[in-house]
Design a protein around this ligand. Structure first.
Ligand code: ATP
Ligand code: MG
Length: 253
């Protein structure tokens, strides 16, 4: 793979009062790679991706996208540039169908400005929207659930729908915060199958606790500990790194 950093940080620091949640982090995410970040609870992973996606401004340091400084660009403007993120908890509309959830997601990202529900519902059968939604449903094997009310679906299907809602607008960079949380092993495998469809087509960053699952498909693995990224490289070298062994696995080196 050619090396081209799509997202990069230099010395980013985020404090909450006196507490340093993200501490001088230098990081790069290369075009079309899949990179995982692991780290214990409270290590600063979510805070870090809040900085990358524009939900937080860092007190120090810079964020670059394709070489341009975007440190102070709003989250909405980053979405316009194709940088999307998901949240630790599933975000879907339980009282709408699978088709409506996907259409809404696509419509919101394409419009990227305030709209009324009337505008949305009248757009539902627009050929452009309908074909893109259909294509995404087929790709993620959600087609048979098209008219199901989302509130009736099991968590695994909701999670797949959430991923579909992220990919439907064809983002360049996608950042996932614990996409496997709350899922059983079988459901995790289904979600990994979704990722596999987009690997090396999209630039993907994931935060996850389950190292064994990440190892199956990421190109690089980073470890965050007390606000710092202490190691980033291929899975094997990261997991065998002396600092990772000491800080993450609590092993004597
Ligand atoms: N808005 C906030 N105000 C104050 N402290 C915060 C805030 N958000 C996060 N923190 C603190 O910053 C630290 C890092 O939190 P963060 O949520 O980034 O960790 P995490 O690595 O994502 O953890 P987890 O694995 O539990 O999701 C924690 O100690 C947390 O309590
Ligand atoms: Mg978190």
């Amino acid at each position: 793979m050619d090396k081209k950093p799509v997202l990069m940080t230099q010395g980013v620091t985020k404090r909450f009062g006196d507490f340093v949640a993200v501490d001088r982090v230098d990081f790069d995410l290369q075009e079309k790679e899949t990179l995982g970040i692991i780290g214990p609870n409270g290590a600063g992973k979510t805070t870090f991706i809040n900085i990358l996606s524009g939900f937080y401004n860092p007190e120090e340091g810079h964020v670059f996208h394709d070489g341009k400084d975007i440190t102070h660009l709003s989250a909405a403007n980053r979405v316009k540039m194709g940088i999307l993120r998901t949240f630790q908890l599933v975000h879907v509309f339980d009282n709408l169908t699978v088709y409506e959830n996907l259409s809404l997601s696509y419509f919101r990202k394409k419009e990227n400005k305030p709209f009324t529900l009337k505008m949305f519902f009248s757009s539902l059968r627009q050929p452009g929207i309908a074909s893109r939604v259909q294509e995404t449903m087929e790709m993620l094997e959600l087609d048979h659930l098209k008219d199901e009310i989302v509130g009736n679906l099991p968590l695994g299907s909701k999670k797949r729908l959430e991923l579909a809602m992220t990919f439907v607008s064809d983002p360049a960079v996608v950042i996932f915060d614990e996409p496997f949380s709350g899922l059983g092993d079988q459901e995790i495998e289904e979600v990994i199958d979704v990722f596999r469809k987009y690997i090396h087509d999209k630039t993907i960053l994931l935060i996850e606790h389950k190292v064994s699952k990440l190892e199956e498909f990421v190109d690089r693995l980073a470890v965050m500990h007390e606000g710092r990224i202490i190691c980033c490289g291929d899975c094997e070298s990261t997991l065998n790194d002396p600092e990772v062994r000491r800080c993450y696995w609590k092993l004597e080196t």
